[in-house]
Design a protein around this ligand. Structure first.
Ligand SMILES: Nc1ncnc2c1ncn2[C@@H]1O[C@H](COP(=O)(O)OP(=O)(O)OP(=O)(O)O)[C@@H](O)[C@H]1O
Length: 767
């Protein structure tokens, strides 16, 4: 019998599956074949005959088969690109959608028809392509849903599984929330490659609510309304008959009705209602069902019932008991039993009463994934780059690699005006206010002579780099892409990394340059061995970017821990922790807050040296873009590092004019540092078993990360647990942590009592 080579596939959630490469290759090939067999035009014809249905089914089963084999992120993106090009999208359209985080089917299914339409509009997809995209997405989603309804619990198709990525109009995530049982079921994954598994004891309740179509016999004019399925105008009710679902408010032509599926989608309001219900029911004891999830062992132990008490320093270094109050694997069940003991004795009361706990609402989070680009993307990027370079006579080396929209260049004169000095006094004030978030940050935080003052212009000029002088790598210009922009590889008197920022969240183009300068100014004044070296910035033709030293290793701590899955020894962990402490406390002395300290933003130059990046950028406004009131686009695992006071500050609906930014403080950076340290010690993310919403909820309830069995001294454990204190002012400062880390002896000597009798005292002292 021929033995198969089996590879380990690491999922984005860190789990590992074994998949025979030939099985995977076959699945991918099947999809390509079936796509080759047919054309989307046939699939999307108005005459929806039996043959079209068969084609649909074939395509879907190929897609489904492929999702079963477990794909890594890069493969998911490639498949997504295959699907999009089959639908008729150009490479540029695909790039646009990817930039908007539609990188796999999961993401595609997670956004509403309306959001997809607005993404298509922003990407300037032509009418026909947009129609095909929307229509084909509905078809695919329907199949997915059908399959969900017809599949047994264990064989459920892999799919967007949890409220982590919230579907506001479609039902793909909903199976993980049982409407009747109202239990939050923990998902095993946030990616579409792994199937959400329900506990075996409780069968999964499938959301399957039929549409309530209503057809008015009156003559109705629907204004500019378009059919949700075919995207053509609805027109008059009688002439071109259309119907409206009373529940989800979808309007479709009568002839399209058959193709939108039998199951009614959940609108954002429905979804909120569901969450509201979950939280309310929790108060009413709905989650107290003792059958649902066995209570955590630690919950019955008095030692672990209170999060804010100092840790028992007598705990053994190799104890397997968590040193913090345990959140049992997921808060997927008996949450009240978890939180009740804390509530009864909780010392800390959150200062902000305007939070979602009070209003019984959780904000909607959509997870976008910054990632390494696929080969196809690199090729695409390189082609664009070279094409533009040749068009401009090789002058504008960078233009092709930088994504910006035409509006930016139209408005660029504003930028030039704004470039004639530092940001305005008003902006600086606003920025300082934003930074303090109502806590401790002061206006005098900024060195006014560098931002605004007699030397401001000269100071900015010194760090301005002309875009034309940067030579971008022709082979593989793009290093990676994040939530707020992308990083390119270039040459500017040496190898450099160029981070191109997306400033679309500032709708007023004339304000972009000013805002960008405020963000960059955090970098401008930093000089530290463990901080990415700022070399300069550019603002050309509506492109905003920063040039910094290229980290040689090009590997982040996240990649090392969760992709390469390397276990760090105590000495390395300590060294890295010390360096992070030094770097971030340096920033704090410069009155700069990191705001986004995560293992992804810690680059490893070598095992002995880290460099931190991406500081001072994050804001609620950035996260709220482009969803606005609909929720936030966040990086994956962002909530895991979020300090509880920040988690509490996220408003369910973001309003630019009314909402304050996050109340970032040095202490929130300390919390994030604790999470990174935790990650290094355990190889796992804090709250790794929770979905983002569960994490937010848990944090709002004062739940702290569970520290599993780690080999470290009680002092270190105590220090780590102190970083997770719910009250920000109780957390230690990074300088203190660094001092304690340094003071610890290099090697812990274990004082074991010998198994044989020894003379403990010296000969002299005995007599
Ligand atoms: N100075 C640098 N040198 C080398 N690589 C870098 C540098 N700065 C960033 N990178 C890499 O570029 C990629 C994108 O970085 P970026 O900070 O934009 O996003 P991210 O942190 O991965 O994602 P997000 O912040 O959205 O979660 C990452 O893989 C990162 O490791």
């Amino acid at each position: 019998m021929r033995s198969k080579t089996v590879t380990r596939t690491t999922y984005s959630n860190g789990s590992v599956n074994t998949v025979a490469p030939d099985v995977k290759a076959k699945a991918v090939q099947d999809l390509k074949d079936v796509l080759k067999l047919t054309t989307i035009n046939r699939l999307l014809t108005a005459s929806y005959d039996e043959e079209s249905k068969n084609i649909e089914r074939k395509i879907f089963s190929a897609v489904y088969q492929m999702t079963k084999v477990g794909l890594i992120d890069r493969e998911k993106r490639e498949i997504n690109a295959i699907w999009f090009s089959f639908v008729g999208l150009s490479a540029q359209n695909i790039r646009h959608l990817e930039i908007c985080s539609i990188t796999d089917f999961n993401a595609l299914f997670s956004i509403t028809n309306q959001e997809l339409r607005s993404l298509a509009d922003r990407g300037r997809l032509d009418v026909e392509t947009k129609r095909k995209l929307l229509q084909s997405t509905v078809i695919l989603q329907n199949h997915w849903n059908d399959l969900y309804s017809s599949t047994s619990t264990d064989d459920a198709p892999p799919g967007p599984s949890t409220p982590a990525i919230v579907t506001s109009n479609h039902q793909f995530n909903v199976p993980s929330l049982s409407v009747t049982g109202v239990k939050m079921i923990q998902s095993s994954s946030m990616g579409f490659a792994t199937a959400p598994k329900s506990p075996k004891t409780a069968s999964r309740s499938i959301h399957n609510i039929p549409h309530k179509w209503h057809r008015s016999t009156k003559l109705r004019w629907s204004g500019d309304g378009v059919c949700h399925f075919c995207q053509r105008p609805l027109g008059f009710g009688i002439l071109n008959a259309w119907e409206k679902c009373r529940s989800c408010k979808w309007k479709v032509h009568t002839q399209c009705k058959g193709r939108v599926g039998d199951s009614c989608g959940l609108t954002p309001d429905h979804l909120r209602f569901l969450f509201d219900k979950l939280i309310q029911e929790n108060n009413g004891g709905m989650w107290k069902d003792p059958q649902s999830v066995p209570a955590s062992r630690s919950m019955n132990e008095p030692a672990f019932q209170f999060p804010d008490t100092a840790i028992d320093s007598s705990s053994s270094t190799n104890s397997s008991a968590p040193s913090t109050p345990a959140l049992p694997l997921g808060i997927n069940g008996n949450v009240s039993s978890l939180t009740a003991p804390y509530r009864s004795e909780r010392k800390f009361l959150f200062p902000d009463t305007e939070n979602y706990s009070v209003h019984n609402r959780l904000p909607i989070l959509v997870i976008s994934e910054g990632d390494h680009p696929s080969t196809t993307e690199i090729q695409q990027e390189t082609e664009n780059h070279n094409k533009l370079a040749s068009l401009s006579g090789g002058n504008i080396e960078s233009e092709g690699t930088i994504v910006g929209n035409q509006e930016d260049s139209v408005e660029s004169h504003h930028d030039v005006e704004a470039d004639q000095g530092g940001p305005s006094q008003e902006a600086v004030d606003k920025f300082n206010k934003r930074a303090d978030g109502g806590f401790t940050w002061e206006r005098h935080a900024w060195n006014m002579s560098t931002i605004r003052g007699p030397n401001a212009q000269a100071s900015w000029n010194e760090v301005t780099i002309q875009l034309e002088t940067i030579e971008f790598d022709k082979q593989a210009p793009i290093i990676g892409r994040g939530r707020f922009g992308k990083v390119l590889r270039g040459f500017h008197y040496g190898d450099v990394a160029v981070k191109v920022y997306n400033m679309d969240h500032i709708s007023d183009h004339s304000k972009r340059a000013e805002e960008f300068k405020l963000e960059v100014s955090a970098y401008k004044n930093t000089r530290h061995d463990n901080i990415a070296l700022f070399l300069g910035y550019f603002m050309n033709d509506g492109k905003y970017g920063m040039v910094m030293s290229l980290s040689r290793g090009s590997q982040s701590l996240y990649t090392l821990l969760h992709v390469v899955r390397e276990k760090l020894d105590m000495a390395t962990t300590r060294k890295i922790a010390q360096q992070i402490c030094q770097a971030v406390s340096y920033l704090h002395t410069k009155k700069i807050l990191h705001k986004d300290l995560r293992s992804k933003n810690i680059l490893l130059e070598s095992k002995n040296k880290v460099v931190i990046t991406d500081f001072g950028i994050l804001s609620m406004k950035r996260l709220a873009y482009p969803r606005g009131k609909l929720g936030y686009y966040t990086s994956r695992f962002w909530t895991n590092y979020l300090a509880p006071e920040l988690a509490m500050a996220i408003k369910t609906e973001y309003d630019e004019y009314e909402c304050e930014d996050f109340p970032f403080t040095e202490s929130s950076d300390v919390y994030a540092f604790g999470c990174v340290w935790f990650e290094m010690l355990t190889g796992m993310l804090a709250f790794c078993h929770e979905t983002p919403h569960q994490t937010l909820f848990a944090k709002s309830q004062g739940v702290r990360p569970v520290l599993p069995n780690v080999k470290c001294t009680p002092e270190l454990k105590e220090l780590l647990v102190a970083c997770f204190h719910t009250a920000p002012h109780e957390r230690p400062s990074l300088t203190d942590i660094h001092a304690k880390l340094t003071a610890l002896p290099k090697k812990q000597r274990v004082n074991r009592s010998p198994s044989f009798p020894v003379m403990m005292k010296s000969y002299e002292s005995t007599f």
